[in-house]
Design a binder for this molecule. Structure first.
Ligand code: CU
Length: 192
């Protein structure tokens, strides 16, 4: 071998590095990485997949009820806003509808969802989905809050950079109110 490898320009390497770092930092389990790597080739008798589309400021094609094991994916047809699906299972002893819970002040709502969400999928406008927590599959029956907490008016790249830098905590970034304030939330029942 007499030829030395041609170094790749930094501009080509950088997006790959950024993406890897994001997945490593934001994704909590190794499971998310494994699923992202294998690409979701579902067999005919495999889990049901529902493609949800995000617009400003709502989820399209999100049913009220799905069987356990359903996997969601997220596309984003909004012109400029990053959107996400965050799914939190509602505690069994909580009986209020999501329409009431979502109106609670942060100090009341926060503790109810202090744990890990069941899944978090982010998709930039017209871009590729990033599975940050889980792979979009909801396995445990119960009621769920589905919401988007992206701050209004934040540049998608800026938010993703902040999320990567926050090491699992809430991204430190200025912006308008979270999208769920504009109605980007839903209640979902996962049946056994
Ligand atoms: Cu959103």
């Amino acid at each position: 071998m007499s030829t030395s490898p041609i170094p790749q320009p930094v501009s080509e390497l950088r997006p790959i590095r950024t993406r890897n770092r994001l997945v490593r930092v934001v994704a909590v389990g190794a499971l998310a990485v494994a699923f992202a790597a294998c690409g979701g080739d579902d067999a005919a008798d495999g889990p049901r997949v529902i493609e949800v589309n995000a617009v400003d400021f709502a989820f399209e094609n999100l049913p009220d009820s799905v069987p356990a094991g359903t996997r969601f994916t997220l596309t984003n047809s909004a012109p400029s806003e990053l959107h996400e699906i965050v799914a939190f299972r509602i505690p069994d002893d909580e009986e209020r509808p999501v329409s009431e819970l979502i109106m609670l002040p942060p100090e009341e709502l926060g503790p109810m969802f202090a744990g890990e969400p069941a899944t978090v999928l982010l998709t930039p406008p017209g871009g590729e989905q990033i599975a940050a927590v889980g792979d979009g599959t909801l396995t445990e029956p119960g009621r769920y809050v589905i919401l988007c907490a992206i701050p209004t008016g934040v540049a998608p790249e800026a938010y993703l950079e902040a999320a990567a830098a926050s090491e699992g905590g809430p991204p430190q970034i200025d912006g308008g109110p979270p999208h769920f304030v504009h109605g980007m939330w839903a209640e979902l029942e996962v049946t056994a």
